[in-house]
Design a protein around this ligand. Structure first.
Ligand SMILES: [Zn+2]
Length: 553
């Protein structure tokens, strides 16, 4: 105290207050960065050795000092933040999970929704052909469980039980279980074999996840229902609509999960959107399952009436957003901004219920990351290429909607990148280097984006459209003057495609087995590379001509 009095006598009060403020800011900053905190408390965990120098930190504070203070007091609207791993496309090598689980936990994830599809090691005569040839082993699944536990992440397995059963129904031995004979999309709920087969699948999955408390039974987008003779007859006898048939099937599955597996079932909501509230109330479905309401758009396209209905019917409601795989069935480059807007829209919606009794019904959010649109579709965005999007979205859920600049910079730091993920003029931003697991894959995808841009430019070139058409080739009639110029451009592109092939083969190895690199190249690069080779050969043929016939050709 004596020192303070002495200082006050020598310094003006204004200078003293200024000094005290700087000391306070530095002490607060140091405390903030040295507190190791868990994902469950919704607070951050940063190694102090990774923190920038004091001067850099002060500069950052100057930029968003108020934001930093406020983020500390923000209570996340979603206590559970579950990241969806869609294994129906580009399933990562098991070792990759050991690299990403700690990162996901640091970014604020509290769990993982594993959609196995054909990557689960099903056993038994009726199911062993259902697994892919490169499906995970039981040992791998135990390792995934342990890794999740080590990182305080809940594991929720997802097994489809109605629609999107292509991986099961495509097989000859299950053909007779299809609702529509030539459509392997939906299973018939009336056939005697259906429920025992589904129960067997659920039982096997539950057995390999002894510590999981919940299981997701899918049930979205059932495109074919009540079409077969057996279903029609049952509906006629019971005076049922297709809605009744749907509720009856999912209720049977949900009861099995509750009573026989001792787990809490969850399911997608979309089939219920058109159902009436009295119908849902009467069915008792509201207390049987937790509903997961999905919408992936920057502006949520869900009618207000749906919310009134769901809040009156269901005990527990989950939201489902998307961090990738929702902007195009063959999309390769993830737009961070698009998915951020989707998450912001969800935060705004739930915020409307913050001061009502309904808020306790919202249990959490699932950040979906689709790998294919369905079993038969090509690969869309790869997981490592969407990590900037996932990181920003997770931090947004943790810190709220008012701190986007701060969140953006935190995400950039966590992934060891530079620049900005959110505040870019173009959504196809090139990050020169990052340092997170699987960064090599993002690098290849970025190069792919640039090569595709060049490809589109060359194919739209006036020379290609005017002197290198199928007609020119069929008639062997073109201008050597123009062809020589475009040939150089095409050769340059051919080299770029060759480089992409080499890069994908080596870079994908860190995350995937060789099948993914092969599929990705054959789907997304080879058709373009082949087209360029065709054009180069066409030029070669056309240039063998030195004299040309009179018109008409
Ligand atoms: Zn049927």
């Amino acid at each position: 105290m004596a020192i303070l009095v002495k200082l006050c006598t020598h310094w003006s009060a204004k200078r003293f207050l200024w000094l005290a403020t700087i000391i306070f800011v530095l002490v607060t900053l140091c405390w903030y960065m040295t507190n190791p905190l868990t994902a469950e408390t919704g607070q951050r965990k940063i190694d102090c050795s990774q923190a920038s120098s004091i001067s850099e930190a002060v500069n950052r504070m100057e930029a968003d000092d108020m934001e930093t203070e406020q983020t500390g007091s923000y209570v996340p609207l979603f206590q559970s933040r579950i990241v969806h791993l869609d294994l129906k496309g580009a399933p990562p090598k098991p070792a990759y999970f050991s690299e990403i689980f700690p990162l996901l936990a640091k970014l604020g994830a509290t769990g993982i929704l594993i959609e196995y599809e054909d990557m689960f090691p099903y056993t038994g005569l009726s199911l062993n052909n259902t697994s892919a040839h490169n499906a995970y082993s039981t040992t791998t699944i135990s390792q995934i469980n342990q890794l999740a536990k080590d990182n305080h992440l809940e594991i929720i397995p997802l097994i489809q039980t109605f629609g999107h059963l292509e991986y099961l129904l495509k097989l000859p031995e299950h053909l007779h279980l299809r609702e529509v004979p030539d459509q392997p999309q939906a299973i018939c709920p009336t056939q005697n074999e259906t429920l025992p087969l589904l129960f067997q699948m659920l039982q096997q999955v539950a057995k390999l996840h002894p510590e999981s408390k919940r299981i997701h039974i899918g049930a979205d987008e059932v495109y074919f229902i009540g079409r077969c003779n057996a279903c029609q007859e049952r509906m006629n006898n019971k005076i049922w609509s297709t809605s009744d048939l749907f509720i009856d099937h999912v209720s049977a599955v949900a009861k099995f999960v509750n009573e026989k597996l001792g787990m809490r079932p969850m399911m997608w909501d979309d089939e219920f959107r058109s159902f009436s509230e009295p119908q849902l109330v009467q069915s008792g479905i509201g207390s049987l399952v937790d509903i997961v309401v999905w919408n992936y758009k920057p502006t949520l396209e869900l009618d207000h009436e749906i919310w009134t209905k769901y809040l009156n019917v269901f005990d527990n409601i989950w939201a489902a957003s998307a961090f990738k795989g929702a902007t195009g069935s063959n999309q390769q480059i993830t737009s961070v901004r698009y998915h951020v807007e989707n998450h912001r829209a969800w935060l705004r919606l739930i915020d409307e219920y913050k001061d009502t009794a309904y808020i306790s019904k919202f249990k959490g959010i699932m950040l979906t990351g689709w790998s294919r649109y369905d079993h038969f579709a090509v690969l869309c965005e790869l997981l490592p290429a969407a990590f900037p999007s996932l990181a920003v979205d997770l931090l947004l859920l943790q810190y709220g909607d008012n701190h986007l600049h701060f969140i953006d910079q935190e995400a950039v730091k966590y992934l060891g990148c530079s620049g900005s993920f959110v505040f870019q003029m173009s959504q196809e931003t090139y990050y020169p280097s990052c340092n997170f697991p699987g960064w090599e894959v993002l690098s290849v995808i970025q190069n792919y984006g640039q090569v595709m841009e060049q490809y589109a430019k060359v194919l739209n070139d006036s020379v290609v459209r005017g002197w290198l058409t199928d007609y020119n080739l069929a008639k062997q009639f073109s201008s050597p003057t123009h062809l020589s110029g475009i040939g150089t451009e095409l050769s340059y592109l051919q080299n770029s495609f060759d480089s992409l092939k080499r890069e994908s083969e080596t870079s994908f190895e860190a995350v995937y087995d060789s099948n993914t690199a092969k599929e990705w190249f054959e789907t997304h690069v080879k058709p373009m590379a082949d087209r360029i080779n065709e054009l180069l050969m066409a030029i070669e043929t056309l240039r063998t001509k030195n004299t040309w016939p009179r018109r008409p050709l």
